[in-house]
Design a protein around this ligand. Sequence first.
Ligand SMILES: [Zn+2]
Length: 414
Amino acid sequence: MTTLFTNVQIFDGTAQATRAGSVLVDGETIARIAYAPETIVPDHATRVIDGAGRTLMPGMVEAHTHLTWASSVEKIYHAFILPPDELEIAATRNARVLLDHGFTSLWSAGALGDGIEPRLAARIAAGETPGGRLIPSTLERSPEGDDGVDTGDVFNGRGPEAMRAFMAYCAAQGVKAVKLVISGESALKPRSHTQILYTPEEMDAAREAAQAHGLAISCHAYTDEAVDLALRAGARIIYHASYISDAMVARLAALKDSVFYGPGCGVSVAALEASPPPHIDMSAMKASAAERMDLERVLVPKLKAAGVRVLIGGDYGFPFNPNGRNARDLAHFVDHFGFSPVEALAAATGLGGALTGQRVGQLREGWLADLLLVDGDPTADVAILQDANRLSAIMLGGVFHKLTLPAATPATTH
Ligand SMILES: [Zn+2]
């Protein structure tokens, strides 16, 4: 099946302005891109979609996904830990909710149950349930006795041997990205962000084992010491890093071709906005969020200026920050971190795609046809991506998940 989008403004996933043109999709890939005045002449079997000036862009990549953090724009859960069967249902729903909102690739930053995400990723890949391309993870790992983030993990013993056993266990489960919680979390336990939960020996073991099993490592790290450990473990992406020094910024800049960074600001902004009922105490979370946003407003522009690849994704899945609102991160990048709309879009598409290592996130010939047809110009205002009704079409691997415009073939119209 071939599909031709005509009369569209093309945003290609890099930090460049849109250009008018047309795009031909053949099977699961982008076969041809023609910029005006060049055109593509469809054959008789090609379905043609007149974009009428809409923007055609790559599907978005959520670089810090928590599908098992159950709450979404469709259903709010007031318990964080759900029974296993309900957790599986919520994760399945959330994959579809994120796709409905334009996210065609999902890099998991940890799950609340073992096996759920590898199973879900397989079901999505098989076309059994709708969702973006999921890089699955498992329980976020923090060592026994440390309560920075309570994962309930049974594989949380100390020492290199325990780390190697955890990595082998993740690989056997089908996990692709392992999440290591290196710093404590002040939002959950006040002032714990300076706490360090691992030893250098454990990080060395993590690096070796991850390489042996072909696993990527994602790290929750706030301080220089924590980011140093994350780099020692060979982390592919580092989250937060709010408290790092200029010296560490320089170190990350030197590693800009191998490591990604995600501030995870969505949850901070949402925590500051939240007005919970009196019996829910969010004061520690709000204080932590305010402090981090103040630091990140200075830090993130520095990292960007140094060439570090900064990605969207912000711990969506809490009742006050539900899954499905993930595109808010783009506006946060513009409002708080000095990104231009086009730079925020590139972070959400091309750079996120690079994280996954798949041919996604850019509109390029031969790359996977994960596409959004947007009613409006997100390069002028990224906030329009928060409105799923503005997504006139959502295509994943050449197949429409959503299409609100008529499709005609030359054979039927002439
Ligand atoms: Zn997270």
